[in-house]
Write a protein that binds this ligand. Structure first.
Ligand code: B12
Length: 211
């Protein structure tokens, strides 16, 4: 099972075949789980392009999401086994209000779990008050937010403001990610940090946590 084939299975939305293909790449071919993840993500990028070019529609997007989830279920234990550090820093995660994309967030979540962080994953479409309450409840020092929609990136600012109003802003670090963001925009919206992908995200979060 080569990487191109895995990318292709995502693009072709082969939801019934992807799990076996990832299993084969891992078990028979001994491929690096992080490289498998890259191949799958490449497939999702192409799906996005086709959607933009109106070659794919919403049905295909949903199916691509399902295919990625199937693949990730198989991949997750291998990713977990590949990373073994043991810090227990608390992290609150979520996708911002109005946004129902969670595949990227879930990938980051499982990499963080496998890096030994204690995770409070609030899911998708999370409003600022839920986040503030969770910070109060857990004393988490890091918040990691995902926004995939240009329309919802402003929610990061809303969370920043809500943390300020609650007197919590200087007690937490806010890191954000998602395709419409970059470091400059993230900072403008009040975040402390941005990372391009989940692997980089873990590195940035370790730095923020002082590990
Ligand atoms: C799958 C998908 C869906 C699925 C989501 C399923 C799910 N459970 O997540 C469904 C079908 C629900 C969907 C719906 C919609 N979607 Co959509 N979707 C996608 C698609 C194809 C893939 C997203 C994905 O999962 N990528 C794979 C993951 C691994 O990548 P990722 O999310 O970018 O995450 C990585 C990094 O960004 C980063 N990261 C992400 N979050 C975080 C957080 C932190 C803290 C850090 C450090 C890093 C990090 O790490 C991740 C892994 O490396 C993208 C196109 C694309 N290529 O991105 C469009 C896309 C995001 N969708 C889009 C749109 C427009 C929509 C809809 C509005 C469509 C509609 N007309 O209804 C709705 C919105 C619904 C809503 N309210 O949220 C647009 C957004 C355009 C924009 N800039 O605003 C895109 C870009 C497609 C396009 N080219 O037009 N979508």
């Amino acid at each position: 099972m080569d990487f191109e084939k895995l990318t292709e299975l995502i693009i072709e939305l082969e939801v019934d075949d992807i799990a076996d293909a990832v299993k084969e790449a891992l078990e028979q071919d001994g491929k690096d789980p992080f490289e498998i993840l890259n191949a799958l993500t490449k497939g999702m990028d192409e799906v996005g392009k086709r959607y933009e070019e109106k070659e794919y529609y919403l049905t295909e997007l949903v199916l691509a999401g399902e295919t990625m989830k199937e693949a990730f279920n198989v991949l997750q234990p291998a990713l977990a086994a590949a990373d073994t550090s043991q810090e227990k820093v608390k992290i609150i995660m979520g996708t911002v209000k109005g946004d129902n994309h969670d595949i990227g967030k879930n990938i980051l979540a499982s990499l963080l779990l496998s890096s030994g962080f204690e995770l409070y994953d609030l899911g998708m479409d999370v409003d600022e008050n839920t986040i503030v309450e969770k910070v109060k409840e857990t004393g988490a020092k890091i918040i990691a937010l995902s926004s995939l929609l240009t329309m919802t990136v402003e929610q990061i600012k809303v969370v920043d403001e809500a943390l300020k109003s609650a007197g919590l802003r200087d007690k937490v670090k806010l890191i954000v990610g998602g395709a419409p963001l970059n470091m400059e925009l993230a900072k403008k919206l009040g975040a402390d940090d941005f990372a391009e992908d989940a692997v980089d995200g873990v590195k940035h979060i370790k730095k923020l946590a002082g590990i």
